[in-house]
Design a protein around this ligand. Structure first.
Ligand code: 5GP
Ligand code: ZN
Length: 116
């Protein structure tokens, strides 16, 4: 499993930085965003370090994206949102600030929920 020494999300996967775990298996880790835009805002990441979608091979992507419905349903059960956005930023101009591939799952609660 390729990891990067200075990557904060690799450190989260390793447990070197604490996180609020939402889901974990051999390939994928999901945890609450430290700065939640809405209640239950979750990040889903491959355990393997990939900088962004351009640097992710098919197998890693398949493992990552195949878990999204399951994790979305777990969030739905836990927080009872009325909708959910999935979001993935690639490159600084697109809003990426952590350079380890991640999918935002942002539960939605209505017009004034703080997002969008
Ligand atoms: P990006 O802007 O790259 O799409 O999203 C990075 C996300 O990572 C941001 O929403 C930010 O709040 C979150 N984040 C940054 N550092 C940490 C951390 O140490 N722990 C957690 N749980 N989230 C983090
Ligand atoms: Zn990493």
């Amino acid at each position: 499993m390729h990891q990067e020494q200075d990557c904060i999300f690799c450190k989260i996967v390793n447990g070197d930085i604490p996180s609020a775990k939402v889901y974990e298996d051999d390939h994928v880790y999901a945890f609450l965003d430290i700065s939640q835009v809405t209640k239950g805002h979750t990040l889903v990441i491959p355990k393997e370090h990939c900088q962004d979608i351009y640097h992710t091979d098919t197998e890693v992507a398949e493992n990552l994206f195949s878990r999204i419905p399951k994790i979305a349903n777990a969030i739905k059960s836990a927080y009872q949102p009325i909708g959910l956005n999935t979001l993935n930023n690639n490159g600084e101009p697109a809003g990426q600030s952590v350079f380890h591939l991640h999918i935002h799952l942002i539960p939605r609660y209505g017009e004034n929920d703080g997002f969008g």
